[in-house]
Ligand binder design. Structure first.
Ligand SMILES: [Zn+2]
Length: 221
């Protein structure tokens, strides 16, 4: 399965995408994925998708597959939540994890709470949501790091998973399209490339970006 760290590594850590919604963007259906990182020391959920409709995003005609209704997804089994950023399609399920620590960059939390038209604020501060505001890099678990990657939003962050000699990034919207990693433009996109990851999972793509994609793109130029 893609995203899995090869067997035989001393620490088995896996990254699994879960489709939670589809949105209409520029006339096309765009998937919304969240990612589960299974680590021997805990299970981390990166982003939470959305669980309900809202007038503010009606025009995107959301089709929802909330985590709470997915057979085989154990909401109670999540130990830690990370928000890559706080746009509505990344924090709308935070309320499902009331009482669990939700890691977010402090800058992002400030922006989401103060800027108009930034997100659906009621979803950010839903009852029981317990943020841990981080300022910069942070080691969440051994081999699992939060890295700030400004660009898509000022307070965006990615999760870098290093295990079994491989490096996998869960990038949220730091890149929305593969092309943005083939030819990085923002500080955050450049940072991801500097990490030289084997795979980068994006919230709105079915498959991870891989460096091979980039060499192909260059050859095609
Ligand atoms: Zn998004």
């Amino acid at each position: 399965m893609t995203g899995e760290v090869p067997e035989g590594s001393s620490t088995a850590v896996t990254v699994t995408p879960v489709l939670v919604a589809e949105l209409l963007a520029d006339g096309e259906r765009m998937p919304v994925y969240v990612h589960v990182i299974d680590h021997p020391d805990g299970r981390v959920l990166v982003d939470t998708g959305l669980t309900q409709l809202h007038p503010a995003v009606e025009d995107m005609d959301p089709r929802l597959m909330p985590l709470s209704t997915q057979e085989g997804f154990d909401v109670a089994g999540i130990d830690v939540v990370v928000n890559t950023h706080l746009h509505f399609d990344h924090c709308g399920g935070n309320h499902l994890f009331a009482g669990k620590p939700v890691y977010v960059q402090g800058v992002e939390l400030e922006e989401a709470r103060s800027r108009d038209d930034y997100t659906i604020r009621a979803w950010v501060d839903a009852p029981g949501v317990d943020y841990v505001a981080v300022d910069g890099g942070h080691e969440l678990l051994p081999g699992v790091r939060l890295v700030p990657t400004p660009g898509h939003t000022q307070g965006s962050q990615v999760v870098v998973v290093q295990a079994g000699g491989r490096s996998v990034v869960v990038a949220g919207d730091t890149a929305v399209f593969y092309d943005e990693l083939d030819r990085p433009r923002t500080e955050g996109q450049r940072l991801i490339r500097e990490l030289a990851p084997d795979e980068v999972w994006l919230s709105h793509q079915h498959e991870p970006w891989r460096p091979a994609n980039a060499s192909r793109a260059v050859l095609a130029d």
